[in-house]
Design a protein around this ligand. Sequence first.
Ligand SMILES: Nc1ncnc2c1ncn2[C@@H]1O[C@H](COP(=O)(O)OP(=O)(O)OP(=O)(O)O)[C@@H](O)[C@H]1O
Ligand SMILES: [Mg+2]
Length: 246
Amino acid sequence: MHTVVLASQKGGSGKTTLSGHLAVEAERGGSGPVALIDTDPQGSLAAWWNVRESKTPVFVKVESMELADALSELRSAGIRLAIVDTPPAITGAISKVVSCAHLVVVPTRPGPHDLRAVGATVDIAESLEKPLVFVVNAATARARITGDAAIALSQHGTVAPVTLHHRVDYAASMVDGRTVGEVVANSKSAQEIKSLWSYLAERLQKIPDGTDHAMEVRGRRRPRPSRDRERREKSKRALKKATYER
Ligand SMILES: Nc1ncnc2c1ncn2[C@@H]1O[C@H](COP(=O)(O)OP(=O)(O)OP(=O)(O)O)[C@@H](O)[C@H]1O
Ligand SMILES: [Mg+2]
């Protein structure tokens, strides 16, 4: 199971929007079962999920300090990808969350305040030796500052080759618990999310998640359909217990 943490010290950069959108896209693209985890006391992701009709991705609300235990339960329950939303802060609790990540995604608006704030998040990821990807979010098409922001960010780390533009449907789709692709499947924003997830999935494939690595080392990586079925059943049972009450 891979864990992707969305983090940035700056409020409003798009952590919650991207968490929900990437989780739904990953599930749709076959990387599931996906668990969405909200460690933000503001609970915006929980509020979104609570008005959502679809039962996937599953949702878990966890205190930052208890994330590691929650992740190991989700792993045994058969979850293949965990996406974790965090509050806009730089605290010990954020470091604790980042320490559980296989990949840290840092959404950043192309503006001076957001750009100045990235240093602190980068420091946490670097000190914990976690790979990090910036995503330029809410960009204005053809604005010079968008390109400038990507250049500035590239001095600190990798910048995703997909920019998310400022589009009203990112906000509007979440009002009733959906995502842009669930409202209009082929919209420009839906395509942006699809391309972004496809890039991140490729990155994740190159990052061992522990279990894969152990199995490869022992040379026992073979498909086992009956065991997979058992695992899915176990996962369903455990998730019924673990998911948030609507
Ligand atoms: N690409 C975008 N286009 C238009 N609106 C966006 C975009 N990304 C995010 N928003 C809107 O910006 C606001 C802030 O986004 P979001 O809540 O995802 O940020 P956040 O980083 O989670 O904030 P916080 O730090 O407070 O948790 C929301 O109203 C959201 O709908
Ligand atoms: Mg948020």
